[in-house]
Design a protein around this ligand. Structure first.
Ligand code: FDA
Length: 580
């Protein structure tokens, strides 16, 4: 068998694999990515794309392309519950920071907005960018075997077009091969959690529902039909294209209910939850999936790393799967890039597990809990298993009625909707991860949270936290502090009186072969703190410094300019890169 050599092999070209591959290619790292299918995802699947993922796309230079294909944030926000799309509306709540109470939080946190974009629309943008950056992306190429020894990873792949088997030998490999990861299985990565907690079917369909949706636009529309026994309601419509293309997700208990998966059966079901017999329906695709609650307890095994669903598998509640996968890639790529180039020690790669595994743990737990709070809602409307249509209708009338039962149930609905804030407006879960690892040099305890850490993102420059976004002005244009960082390089932010830090950055960068971009942010300077927003966010003195890693996490900070800025910076960077 012929052998191809590379530095990094990425198995899988979904959101995790494509992000990792594009970032490595941008750094000039030889990388081969394989995907067993002929092309990217062919169905929508993931759609809620949060601000952190959008910031990664902004760093990769594809934010505009993503926005051009997406339902914008201001069209995503009305979560509506109704007996059918055309039927009686039961409740609404604002989602994804769109409501007046949360809008400012989301706007203040990021230069990017959330968007709703189907995975089949997102992945080609990432694929094209990876190719443009020089990645060797091989479709129709299936991993069939993977082993590793002390010197390399050896993967046998099958070219599904020619039927040829060949070997790819790589210094490192990333298992981004999704929820049925062969990489994880072959190399014995340990997992904990439960699988098969529920069964769902995705029905991708076309139906013109503009008259029912345009005045209450949203990413999600949730139906609850009285008299029917559906676990999480009758079905959830995910917007694919406004307002004529959807994925209808039906979660069901196979022990109690059988779904007729024929085209006629699915069309009939979709017609029932649309509730308007005159709307033509065209089914485009059907797929089934399982609800899992599983996370790898190790993300690294020797030269191999897990990223994305290969490492964490959970329900789509909170819309965290693809977002977390993209951020896994953002964390791992710069570390691999520095180690492969000989600029960092192997221990930097351990920090990938230390930083991302707790995030995976948090995400799978949050998603499962959200399924629980979401699942409470149908029974509050009186929709119960086994009841007749008439019983269901009567229970619904009592819900709306001037009676004690109605009052009690309406109060319960309010509580349930408040609990669902943790599902649909969990800004802290979306953005607020703080890391503890050798790749961030702490200077004291992590700052206390002053608000609920799941609901609210609380920025800080504490090493291990993400660089706070504020607006500053450069060349007359408003730019984000996040735009000053990233691009695969370290960045040092200082202020007036901190000029010596810039000299230190140049010197240490030269010495260690690791470029450090320096920006002086202050009133009247090249980067003008015109709104005094950085002054309010930096948590160090004007002449202090904040060292930002390539993934825009703070790696170290100095409260003020000391006697030996070069020595201080050198020691911090060597510590982050595990080179001392
Ligand atoms: P993903 O599964 O996407 O990709 C794996 C890749 O590996 C594929 O390219 C596959 O072909 C390849 N592969 C597998 N085995 C291989 C082999 N042996 N050889 C070569 N290639 C191989 N997430 C989110 O953030 N927001 C949301 O709104 C939603 N909503 C949502 C709804 C529904 C209904 C579902 C089912 C899922 C979501 N998700 C989501 C989750 C999201 O779809 C999921 O988390 C991501 O696709 C994970 O991305 P990965 O790149 O890790 O794996």
């Amino acid at each position: 068998m012929r052998t191809v050599e590379t530095d990094v092999l990425v198995v899988g070209a979904g959101p995790a694999g494509l992000t990792t591959t594009a970032l490595l290619a941008r750094d000039g790292i030889p990388v081969i990515a394989v995907n067993k299918y002929p092309d990217c995802a062919h169905t929508p699947r993931a759609h809620i794309t949060n601000q952190r993922a959008m910031e990664v796309f902004r760093d990769l230079g594809v934010e505009e392309q993503v926005l051009a294909r997406a339902l914008p944030g201001d069209q995503m926000g009305h979560n509506v519950w109704a007996t059918s799309v055309a039927g009686r509306e039961l409740a609404r709540m604002y989602a994804w920071g769109s409501g007046p109470q949360r809008k400012g939080d989301y706007e203040n946190a990021s230069p990017c907005t959330m968007v709703n974009i189907g995975q089949h629309d997102l992945e080609p943008v990432l694929r094209d960018r990876a190719l443009e950056l020089g990645a060797d992306l091989r479709f129709n190429t299936e991993l069939v075997e993977i082993t590793q020894d002390e010197t390399a990873v050896t993967a046998t792949v099958l070219d599904r077009v020619t039927d040829e088997r060949y070997v790819i030998r790589a210094r490192y490999a990333v298992g981004a091969d999704g929820g049925r990861s062969l990489v994880a299985e072959s190399l014995g990565f340990p997992f904990e959690g439960e699988t098969g907690l529920g069964t769902a079917v995705n029905i991708w369909l076309e139906a013109d529902l503009e008259k029912y949706r345009a005045d209450r636009p949203g990413a999600l529309f949730l139906t609850i039909q009285p008299g029917r026994d559906f676990w999480l309601g009758a079905g959830t419509f995910i917007t694919v294209r406004p307002w004529n293309e959807w994925v209808l997700i039906v979660v069901y208990d196979p022990e109690k209910e059988t779904i007729d998966l024929t085209e006629e059966g699915l069309t009939a079901r979709a017609r029932k939850v649309i509730g308007d017999p005159d709307v033509p329906i065209r089914i485009k695709n059907v797929s089934q999936w399982q609800l899992n609650h599983v996370v790898a307890t190790r993300y690294r095994n020797g030269r191999v790393f897990l990223a994305g669903d290969a490492a964490h598998r959970h329900p789509p509640a909170n819309g965290l799967g693809s977002n977390t996968s993209v951020q896994d890639g953002y964390n791992l790529a710069w570390k691999l890039s520095h180690v492969v180039r000989g600029l960092a020690g192997d221990a930097l790669l351990d920090s990938y597990h230390d930083e991302r595994q707790p995030v995976g743990r948090q995400v799978v737990d949050r998603a499962l809990e959200s399924v629980g709070v979401f699942g409470r809602i149908p029974s509050i409307f009186g929709v119960e298993a086994g009841q007749s249509d008439e019983e269901g209708e009567a229970a619904l009338e009592r819900f709306f009625g001037d009676n004690d039962e109605g009052r009690d149930r309406r109060a319960k609905l309010q509580e349930a909707l408040e609990a669902n804030e943790f599902h649909f407006n969990a800004h802290g879960v979306e953005l607020g991860q703080r890391y503890s690892s050798t790749a961030a040099v702490p200077d004291g305890p992590m700052p206390e949270y002053t608000k609920d850490p799941q609901l609210y993102y609380q920025p800080t420059t504490w090493p291990g936290a993400y660089l706070p976004h504020v607006w500053v002005v450069r060349d007359g244009k408003r730019v984000s502090t996040l735009d000053l960082a990233g691009q695969g390089e370290f960045t040092l932010l200082t202020g007036i009186g901190g000029e010596e830090w810039a000299a230190a950055a140049a010197k240490v960068g030269d010495e260690l072969g690791v470029p450090i971009r320096a920006h002086l942010v202050g009133r009247g300077r090249d980067v003008d703190d015109a709104y005094a927003a950085w002054a309010g966010a930096r948590e160090v003195a004007e002449d202090g410094a904040v060292l930002v890693r390539p993934d825009r996490y703070v790696g170290w900070r100095a409260q003020t300019l000391g006697d030996d800025p070069t020595g201080d910076l050198r020691s911090a960077l060597r510590s982050i890169l595990s080179t001392k």
